[in-house]
Design a protein around this ligand. Structure first.
Ligand code: PLP
Length: 397
């Protein structure tokens, strides 16, 4: 089988062998329920406690401020709905940005449509940096929550989260950040950032899928979403997934310990990807910020193409990449992030995201760069046909 060139680490990462080893005892012999009083349960409880301590150490916070969840999506949901409903008496207004992950964006939309809240979606500049002046204008006396992601998953742009948190706090609003993509690449210190809530996910940092963290600063008003046995200080009921929690904590610890060397590795590959792509492919454009971007993230648009067609073509070469646009049930959806950056639909349609990781090699990057000109040319040549088929099917471009 040809070797896989995996350039989609923002989608998910492989499980670190060391993390797997740490998890295995809790899937085999130490399978007790952490809420049970006998020693078989207490062993599991100890693993949970130790994992919480590990996460707290990395985040430089108290263990009681660490909640384990089922992933980034649940952390975002719990943070945003939990604060919204807990602070309803103080106001009904939420402020977020146009470039959040759907886990935050759809939650805000749901609160607007079903919860009776008002939401303001703040814009970004052409590089995807949130407009702090607009944020300042948006936040007012009735604002109870501001949510701004730490780094964007599609274009990799790093956000001025500490400044955004300061604005929120000046107006008495609680502040949440989605740090799912930032973890492992940037320092994640809720105190230094001045944030009240922060979301993390295991599978983006070589940990298991289906586990995450929500940091909740002591004293932050938060209502539970899942009710039941009172686990996680009553804020997230349900028997804990001990093995996954152990894996999450280990993955986060390794990510923090190895951050400098991982970043150095990624930056070299990312910069080669960007420079090589812009030189090799006519009509290629970098999206996101030229320097304020995640160390492993290179994102582009290719004029006159379609991102999904490029991905399918790359798959023939065993290259895995991702696109912001998606053809769902015959409709071509353009990425809300690229639209917020001011890109026309025709250009945004041709988006491709390449994200490197620990196992990415210089050869892998050169392999991608060597096939990309042909792939883009081929997709360009079939575009009239693709658009014709869509038009014929009555699909709105
Ligand atoms: N937030 C961001 C910025 C993400 O990139 C993702 C996943 O892609 C999520 C949240 C959702 O995390 P999970 O897959 O753990 O639910």
């Amino acid at each position: 089988m040809a070797r896989l060139t995996y350039l989609d680490h923002a989608a998910t990462t492989p499980l670190d062998e060391r993390v797997l080893e740490a998890m295995l005892p809790y899937l085999r012999e130490r399978w007790g329920n952490p809420s049970s009083l006998y020693s078989h349960g207490r062993v599991a409880r100890r693993a949970l406690d130790e994992s919480r301590d590990t996460v707290a150490q990395v985040l430089n916070c108290r263990p009681s401020e660490v909640l384990f969840t089922s992933g980034g999506t649940e952390s975002d949901n719990l943070a945003i709905k939990g604060v919204a409903f807990a602070r309803r008496g103080d106001g009904d207004h939420i402020v977020t940005t146009k470039i959040e992950h759907h886990a935050a964006l759809r939650t805000c939309e749901w609160l607007e449509q079903r919860g009776g809240f008002r939401v303001t979606y703040v814009g970004v500049d052409r590089y995807g940096v949130v407009d702090l002046a607009e944020l300042e204008r948006a936040v007012g006396p009735g604002t109870i929550l501001v949510s701004v992601m730490m780094a964007n998953n599609e274009v990799g742009t790093i956000q001025p989260v500490a400044d955004a948190a300061a604005i929120a706090h000046r107006h008495g609003a609680t502040f949440h950040t989605d740090a799912v993509q930032a973890a492992g690449a940037l320092e994640i210190d809720p105190n230094a950032l001045g944030v009240d809530l922060l979301s993390l996910s295991g599978h983006k940092i070589y940990g298991p899928k289906g586990v995450g963290v929500l940091y909740v600063r002591r004293g932050t008003p938060l209502l539970a979403d899942a009710h039941g046995g009172g686990q996680e200080r009553g804020l997230r009921a349900g028997t804990e997934n001990v093995a996954a929690v152990v894996g999450m904590a280990e993955a986060l610890r390794f990510a923090e310990d190895e951050r400098p060397s991982r970043n150095q590795h990624d930056i070299a590959l990312r910069d080669r990807l960007i420079e090589g792509m812009l030189a090799a492919v006519p009509g290629a454009r970098l999206t996101g910020h030229p320097t304020l971007r995640l160390p492993n993230s290179a994102s582009f648009v290719f004029e006159g193409t379609d991102g999904e067609s490029i991905l399918m073509d790359l798959d023939q070469y065993d290259i895995c990449a991702s696109s912001g646009s998606a053809c769902t049930s015959g409709t071509l959806e353009v990425s809300h992030v690229l639209t917020a950056l001011g890109l026309e639909d025709d250009l945004a349609r041709g988006s491709v995201r390449l994200t490197t990781g620990r196992a990415t090699t210089a050869e892998g990057v050169e392999h991608l760069l060597s096939v990309m000109p042909d792939v883009v040319a081929r997709v360009r040549s079939i575009m009239p046909m693709l658009l014709g088929v869509r038009e014929e099917a009555g699909v709105d471009r």
